[in-house]
Design a protein around this ligand. Structure first.
Ligand SMILES: Cc1cc2nc3c(=O)[nH]c(=O)nc-3n(C[C@H](O)[C@H](O)[C@H](O)COP(=O)(O)OP(=O)(O)OC[C@H]3O[C@@H](n4cnc5c(N)ncnc54)[C@H](O)[C@@H]3O)c2cc1C
Length: 468
């Protein structure tokens, strides 16, 4: 058992981002000490940092993620709202254009998106996670500007982490070893755990990818006259005949974020003029028209690594003792579905529940927790990978017959969801991660999707809220 310098059981969390802080929250009370190893130095204010490059882009927290976050760290949703987060009830406050037209707009108090810039969200969660730890019996230390460069142990068991300071004099940048009973990899989509496994003499977990080759661009705006700003966010996802998408949502401080995307062959440009021109080529001109009434506040930021990728650490024999993977390090999603942070929160809650049910950290607990983390990601994986399958690369494998049938069904389902509140509710339950994907084919939903007559949705953006 790894001893902290003060004695007791220790855990190390690699990565002090969102999943890392949620891992701390899940572990608090179950170990005596936690050391978070974070490559960056946190900024003074709630601002951008290099280690989370995607933080420039629009991030929303889905209902399922909100519930998990508030259970892990009670009061965090209120703290995010105090920090300026906007709550967008669906479908009232986010109007959506699909292949068949604009979705109906009404109030249905089941789901909301929490919209806030990512640096503020991360800072609020970090502050609250560390404050909660101070009030617990677990001691938490954060080693900033410290990079994990490998693991210690052998093929069967991880016993610690090799770390190196990132700043300081060259001579001071020597590698040292930190022992731990449990190491949690929360280092994000760039995780090097598979390579570190090879250094320990074990094979990497099986990896699955579905890559739509999507590229992202984002710019921040402020409406010139707040009185004429739209009263809802706008979502125009791409579809087969128009594989370019745009989402324009309010965030804190009266600002708005516009993120646009396109699959292979439709990548949005990262220059300012090209950005504006591209906005006119998505499935509906509404957002492009709104830009004339807004002033840009930021440069255009791009992002390309948007592949759906999951590593099957939960499979029998895939995980050494003393190791656990959380967040993007284990499973990343095409960001257009807005799922990654929610899945990290649902996964962290699953870890906490596994620890509580098993009486804390014992042999086999990490493997059980890893299976719970994988289950927590399943709905998001099925929906994101399923929706992206038509755009996947040949090396991602051919779609099976079942996947091809799913794709045909999904197309009809989305068309029906736009006009039918019952089918729409099922859509939101699954895509907001509060129901398993089986809800998409529940008998009532299946019948309405397949047998009710096809009708087009609204041809223009629904600017008023209807009563249903
Ligand atoms: C363009 C884009 C838009 C997105 N939009 C959404 C959205 O709307 N909603 C949503 O839920 N999700 C969204 N996501 C996904 C979301 O960003 C991730 O799911 C989330 O950041 C995962 O958190 P994480 O802590 O696992 O990883 P990260 O947030 O990437 O954090 C990883 C941390 O580990 C640190 N680190 C990395 N390597 C090391 C090392 N070797 N040693 C020490 N520290 C290390 C990094 O500095 C960082 O602090 C989006 C992603 C992208 C790319």
């Amino acid at each position: 058992m790894a001893e902290h310098s003060n004695g007791g059981r220790t855990a190390i969390v690699i990565g002090g981002g969102l999943a890392g802080m949620l891992a701390v929250t899940a572990l608090v009370g179950h170990v005596d000490a936690i050391t978070v190893v974070e490559r960056d130095r946190y900024p003074q204010g709630r601002t951008f940092r290099k280690g989370v490059p995607q933080a420039r882009h629009l991030h929303v927290l889905l209902t399922g993620g909100q519930h998990a976050l508030d259970e892990l760290l009670p009061g965090t949703l209120a703290a995010l709202t105090d920090a300026g987060a906007r709550t967008l009830c669906m479908p009232r406050d986010l109007i959506t254009c699909m292949a068949t037209g604009w979705q109906r707009r009404f109030h249905e108090p089941r789901h909301s998106l929490l919209s806030i810039t990512r640096p503020v969200l991360d800072a609020v969660v970090r502050e609250r996670a560390l404050a909660a730890a101070v009030a617990s019996p677990t001691r938490v230390d954060v080693l900033e500007a410290t990079e994990a460069v490998g693991l210690t142990g052998d093929a069967g068991r991880v016993t610690g982490v090799r770390v190196r300071p990132r700043d300081g004099a060259q001579g001071a940048r020597t590698v040292r070893e930190l022992p731990a009973e449990l190491v949690v990899d929360a280092s994000g989509r760039g995780s090097r755990a598979p390579q570190w496994f090879a250094e320990l003499g074990r094979s990497a977990p099986r990896e699955e990818t579905v890559d739509a080759g999507l590229a992202y661009v984002t710019r921040m705006y402020r409406p010139k006259d707040p009185a004429t700003a739209p009263d809802a966010g706008i979502n125009i996802p791409g579809w087969a005949e128009s594989p370019r998408g745009a989402v324009y949502v309010p965030v804190e401080d009266g600002n708005w974020l516009l993120t646009m995307s396109g699959v292979r062959g439709h990548h949005p440009p990262t220059d300012e003029a090209g950005f504006t021109t591209f906005s006119a080529t998505v499935g509906d001109p509404y957002i492009h028209e709104l830009l004339a009434r807004a002033e840009p506040l930021s440069p255009v930021h791009g992002f390309r690594d948007t592949c759906n990728r999951r590593r099957h650490y939960e499979r029998p024999g895939a995980l050494p003792e003393g190791f656990l993977v959380l967040g993007d390090a284990g499973c990343t999603f095409n960001p257009v579905y807005g799922q990654g942070m929610s899945v990290a929160a649902i996964g962290a809650l699953a870890v906490r529940r596994t620890l509580a049910a098993g009486g804390g950290l014992r042999p086999g607990t990490a493997a059980r927790a890893q299976r719970a983390v994988a289950r927590a990601a399943q709905t998001a994986w099925v929906t994101a990978a399923g929706a992206d399958r038509p755009y996947a690369r040949p090396e991602d494998g051919r779609a099976s017959l079942v996947e091809r049938l799913n794709m045909r069904y999904l197309e009809r389902f989305l068309a029906r969801a736009a006009i039918d509140p019952v089918v729409g509710a099922a859509f939101r339950d699954v895509f907001c991660l509060t129901a398993p994907s089986a809800r998409l084919v529940a008998p009532r939903i299946l019948l309405r999707t397949l047998f009710l007559p096809r009708r087009p949705a609204h041809s223009t953006p629904p600017l008023t809220v209807e009563t249903v």
